[in-house]
Design a protein around this ligand. Structure first.
Ligand code: SAH
Length: 249
């Protein structure tokens, strides 16, 4: 999979992409992440990419010429997505959608905003990583690179871990423990040391449901509430099903 990123800080993105899991995936030929400098096609001595806004007001605007020129010189994989706080909210479902493509590209905005013609005539869509304002799209692009990169087949050594983690089934993940079995008096639940895989699986499922009910009731609502067997799984482990009724034993 090829992912191209257009930015005024290409070294930031390529440095990030060279480290850890993404770096390994690139050296194994599974991912090809290319960071392009938005100043690459500028011809003036200052390599200018911003100018003041028509109509006045604070801040500078990312100019159309250098951005169109940088993108057209590369002809990057499409869709080309603009990072923007007003875009489609990035989530795990969108990460899966992007991971299923052969490639896509990201355009990092800067300054007060990008010239509107970039939005209207150059990009194929817009994506936001949340309802807050960053100074530039680079960190948002890195969030997307990391979330998508780890879903590309073979990038993560153990595929099962992707299928079981948070959001995979509209639920948050169950609690994890490692050695020691007792730490400062806090013990690992007995069931995890029972060696009974069926019991472990049922316990994890119930914990995952209970944690989601507690922390993210909106996710439970989005999947249409709880199924009968899910209520039973919670009751079996003495966990609250969020209904306000006391847990059964
Ligand atoms: N004035 C703009 C914000 C500009 S922030 C507004 O009010 O909407 C500068 C750049 O940072 C944006 O062009 C975008 O590329 C990036 N950016 C800021 N917040 C972001 C977010 N939540 N998600 C994705 N990109 C973001």
């Amino acid at each position: 999979m090829r992912i191209d990123v257009f930015t005024i800080f290409p070294e930031l993105v390529s440095g990030f992409a060279a480290a850890s899991l993404l770096g390994k995936a690139q050296s194994r030929g599974l991912l090809d992440i290319r960071a392009h400098d938005l100043r690459a096609e500028t011809t003036d001595p200052h390599r200018t990419v911003d100018d003041s806004p028509f109509g006045g007001g604070a801040g500078m605007v990312l100019m159309p010429e250098p951005v169109f020129a940088a993108v057209e010189a590369v002809d990057p994989p499409r869709p080309l997505l603009l990072l923007d706080p007003g875009g489609r909210r990035f989530d795990q479902a969108m990460a899966h959608e992007l991971a299923a493509l052969d490639g896509f590209s990201l355009l990092c905005g800067r300054y007060e905003n990008v010239d509107h013609r970039i939005r209207e005539h150059l990009v194929d869509g817009e994506v936001s990583i949340g309802d807050y304002v960053l100074s530039g799209g680079e960190v948002a692009a890195m969030v997307i690179l990391e979330a998508v990169g780890r879903l590309v087949p073979e990038v993560m050594g153990n595929r099962a871990s992707v299928d079981e983690e948070s959001f995979a089934d509209g639920l948050l993940e169950y609690p994890h423990y490692t050695r020691p079995a007792e730490f400062r008096g806090w013990e690992v639940p007995d069931v995890l040391r029972s060696g009974d895989h069926g019991r472990v699986a049922r316990w994890r499922r119930a914990q995952s449901l209970a944690r989601t009910i507690r922390e993210r009731p909106d996710l439970i609502e989005a999947r249409g509430g709880l199924a009968d067997e899910e209520r039973e799984a919670l009751a079996e482990h003495g966990l609250d099903d969020g209904s306000g009724r006391p847990a059964l034993d």
